[in-house]
Design a protein. Structure first.
Length: 552
């Protein structure tokens, strides 16, 4: 009974407290006064506090103040009616506080930002720019996303003018892309012109490429000429010109190839390759006849695109044609194209095709292309298949070096154990010089003792290199254990000096190198000093490290 009485009393007290709090919260800000109650304040301090409190606070948005009070006293549909009424009456200056009030309610925030864009987009833009470095509670990114997706549709001239005036303030580069890309369906030429002027190469999605295709269908030559006059940067430009080439290749590929003529720039080549691929897929013989009659410059430049399609149908014949008609870099590129086309249909057939080739730089490049598909990605956590490793062992030394150079990072990251086993038995002349170091670092992270044992079984020169990397990596995350192991080696052990040297050389590039050097024992710092002196380091870093190594 006593517990119930006490609980009831607590509830009554809580209700009274909430009621008082509610009444106080409901007062407008200019009527709020805080009474100084601290008995520890002196009389001058109290008078000063009272003078400060007597100055009324300026309410920068009475509309928002009223809305907050109305919302606190309502629920359900009534709250939304208050929101709608406030948004209908809101002036530009009200919106920053309305946004802050709405932040805990996603639906309300969408209503507020949509209304702000509708009645005062330039005011919203200026507010976002001013708030970018100091948001003061405003969700700047969300506001910018809404503004730059809607404003260009309503008033593109105003949006463009605002961005040109503001320069690179805030996220200007991304905002510019949003504005330019937002116009791609309505006015694609203006969109592409802006992207060229603003050098925006952030991305060009599927919907944008569909708009490019539709535009190019009407007049592919005009589309190509326009893009050449307003080139896009990076992968965005290549993607757009490739889409134009595909469209033109479906209707008049010969005209597309004649258009690029002897132009050697990347955009022209991408256009021609896309058109020729479309032609080859539709009529391989017709495309072959055109290529055979072309001048040597065009034939060498366009062959890779042609044989990539041919390789899907008859890789052996395509490869023979490449070897008979091409040479140098053109041959390498074309052979890689054949293998790419074959791999798109059957990876193991493409691998067998490369294995059957005579040793050459073309074979090495083709093998690198196959290896990228055969060996696991470092993020996949998959293991290298026995078939992939067996294929690698069949290659000539030059091709094997090219492959291991291409895949050593991803292979070690996903399956260091199988890579280490392969390196243990492989001819060092057939291995990329980086492969041993990369495998050593990955193995060291998993188990330093086992990694050192593996390194010791390699040929002498590679044993020192790989072992030094293992020790240096081990020392980076377990310095005491690593140095204790090194100190326990016999004085005449040939590993002592090269392993320590490798550890110091790696440490010199670490962000906290000076601090770690200063924490070493005096004997270790003395041994590190000549190693640091012999290294080619930036002047300021070199000075800091030498100072740390010389510390008493």
């Amino acid at each position: 009974m006593k517990i119930l009485v006490n609980s009831f009393a607590i509830l009554i007290a809580a209700a009274i407290g909430l009621g008082v709090g509610f009444l106080l919260r409901g007062k407008p800000k200019h009527e709020e006064f805080i009474v100084a109650k601290s008995e520890s304040q002196t009389i001058p301090q109290r008078l000063s506090a009272l003078r400060r409190q007597a100055v009324p606070r300026i309410d920068d948005s009475p509309l928002t103040t009223k809305l907050a009070r109305d919302l606190s006293m309502s629920s359900g549909v009534t709250r939304w009616l208050y929101w709608l009424e406030a948004l209908d009456k809101a002036q530009p200056a009200d919106f920053p506080r309305l946004v802050r009030l709405a932040q805990t309610n996603d639906t309300a925030l969408r209503f507020v930002t949509a209304r702000w864009v509708e009645i005062a987009p330039r005011h919203m833009f200026d507010t976002i720019v001013a708030a970018h470095k100091n948001p003061q509670g405003l969700p700047v990114d969300q506001l910018a996303n809404t503004l730059f997706s809607e404003w260009p549709k309503r008033d593109p001239d105003a949006a463009i003018a605002a961005l040109n005036e503001s320069g690179e303030v805030g996220m200007g580069r991304h905002w510019r892309f949003d504005v330019a890309y937002g116009m791609v369906d309505k006015d694609i030429e203006r969109s592409l012109k802006l992207m060229s002027e603003w050098s925006t190469d952030i991305g060009f999605g599927t919907s944008g490429l569909r708009a490019v295709a539709k535009w190019a269908e009407a007049d592919p030559r005009h589309a190509a000429e326009f893009l050449m006059a307003h080139p896009q940067t990076g992968h965005v430009g290549r993607g757009i010109i490739e889409e134009i080439g595909k469209v033109w290749g479906k209707t008049d590929p010969a005209a597309a190839l004649d258009f690029i003529g002897n132009r050697s720039d990347t955009l022209a080549r991408t256009l021609g390759e896309a058109a020729l691929k479309q032609w080859s897929e539709r009529d391989l013989n017709e495309a072959a006849n055109w290529l055979a009659s072309a001048d040597s410059f065009t034939r060498n430049r366009m062959s890779a695109a042609f044989v990539e399609v041919w390789g899907k149908q008859d890789p052996t014949s395509a490869l023979s044609w490449c070897e008979e008609n091409l040479s140098g870099l053109s041959l390498n590129s074309a052979v890689a194209g054949v293998v790419k086309g074959t791999a798109a249909k059957d990876l193991m057939s493409a691998a067998a095709l490369v294995a059957s080739m005579e040793p050459s730089s073309a074979r090495a490049e083709a093998a690198a292309g196959i290896a990228r598909k055969m060996f696991p990605d470092s993020l996949s956590a998959k293991t290298a298949t026995p078939e992939a490793i067996a294929w690698l062992t069949q290659l000539d030394p030059a091709s094997s070096r090219r492959v291991t150079d291409q895949v050593c990072w991803s292979w070690a990251g996903s399956d260091a154990k199988s890579m280490a086993a392969f390196l243990s038995t492989a001819d060092p002349d057939a291995i990329s010089p980086f492969a041993y170091n990369i495998a050593a670092r990955e193995l060291a992270r998993k188990g330093p003792s086992a990694a050192l044992e593996w390194a010791s079984q390699l040929p002498t020169e590679k044993a020192f290199v790989a072992g030094g990397e293992v020790f240096a990596e081990w020392r980076s995350f377990q310095p005491e254990a690593a140095m204790k192991w090194l100190g326990a080696l016999p004085k005449n052990d040939s590993r002592r000096e090269p392993f320590f040297r490798q550890a110091i050389q790696n440490l010199a590039h670490h962000p906290q190198a000076a601090e770690q050097l200063a924490a070493m024992a005096a004997t270790e710092r003395a041994a590190a000093l000549p190693i640091l002196e012999s290294m080619n380091l930036p002047t300021d870093r070199r000075a800091r490290l030498l100072e740390a190594a010389n510390a008493k």
